[in-house]
Design a protein around this ligand. Structure first.
Ligand code: PSU
Ligand code: MN
Length: 304
């Protein structure tokens, strides 16, 4: 078994059998600028603690897989330059070479399962990129959801992605996509989209039971919980559409490809909205962390 370095609070929660929520670190290093990235990461952790659960931010630091970061480790990761973005393909190589890497949704799910953590909160997942019919750019996050038993709470997917194709891949892969408390699939910056979500649940206990039922049936894979952004934090789709179109045209013009695409788009959208995208992002990540904490607590209750 791979060596895992647990934070002191995660170790205590594991010993006590209390609820733990995994958090990713690519959102810290490649999704938000310093210093807001560290402030938000610390705030999201505190939101989880305030609900009586324990946060476990996941990252590879100098070749060691960390599940839960101490405050000084979070600080140094948030300020580090040239941190690798590690997904399923890169996490073992990053560990083997003694490097530092921030984990994507896929890699965070892998680490969460190794640590027996069942629930994970993030902002948005990776998905099928626009133009995937020629670029073949489909995030490894989708295949991870099909094979790793973690419930992932996200605010849907960003409009930088082709959302209908993303939903189709998830359906093909047998991933339950569950909108929380509404019928439509949320569109990250907007609570509603004109796409119906495949499934709907209205409380954390139902989501926990569905997670446990999948496990009891021996089905591999997790669940995607699509939690709408709080209505007061939304940004209208009309405002973002031209921004996304511009960012996407820069990707095409500059030949950005592979794992650089998503960080490039996120950074350009932040710049082009003069930071407004970040304010919305913070509100929805915190909202997702709170729902994840409730689901994790329900799972503990089910198993006791
Ligand atoms: N989408 C967002 N914010 C993010 C990411 C995606 O709205 O921070 C990050 C996550 O870590 C996700 C990764 O797992 O980007 C997906 O990258 P790719 O598209 O290269 O698989
Ligand atoms: Mn990609």
């Amino acid at each position: 078994m791979i060596k895992i370095q647990y934070s002191s609070e995660v170790r205590a929660a594991q010993a006590a059998g209390t609820a733990i929520v995994a958090l990713e670190s690519t959102i810290i290093t490649h999704g938000m600028p310093f210093p807001q990235n560290v402030e938000v990461a610390a705030q999201v952790e505190q939101d989880i603690r305030d609900l009586g659960a324990t946060p476990a931010t996941i990252a590879v630091m100098q070749g060691v897989l960390h599940v839960g970061l101490e405050p000084d480790q979070l600080q140094s990761l948030g300020q580090a330059k040239n941190v690798a973005k590690v997904s399923r393909a890169d996490m073992p190589t990053c560990i083997a070479m003694g490097k530092t890497g921030a984990t994507t949704v896929a890699a965070t799910m892998i680490a969460a399962r190794l640590a027996d953590i069942k629930v994970f909160a993030t902002g948005g997942i990776g998905g099928v990129h626009k133009g995937a019919e020629t670029s073949f750019d489909i995030s490894a996050d989708l295949m991870e959801l099909a094979q790793t038993e973690v419930t992932v709470v996200a605010a849907g997917a960003k409009a930088i992605l082709d959302i209908p194709k993303t939903l189709e891949i998830l359906e093909t892969q047998g991933v339950p996509v569950i909108a929380y408390g509404q019928d439509s699939f949320p569109a990250f910056w907007s609570a509603q989209s004109d796409l119906a979500a495949p499934l709907r649940m209205d409380n954390a206990a139902e989501i926990a039971r569905a997670h446990a039922t999948r496990g009891a049936m021996g089905l591999p894979g997790g669940q995607l919980i699509a939690n709408p952004i709080p209505s007061d934090a939304q940004i209208a789709a009309e405002v973002l559409a031209p921004v996304i179109a511009q960012a996407q045209s820069e990707v095409d013009a500059q030949g950005v490809s592979g794992k650089a695409v998503t960080p490039f788009l996120l950074q350009r959208i932040f710049e082009l909205t003069e930071g407004k995208s970040l304010t919305a992002n913070i509100a929805l990540v915190r909202n997702n962390a709170r729902l994840a904490a409730e689901i994790a607590k329900e799972l503990v209750a089910l198993n006791s």
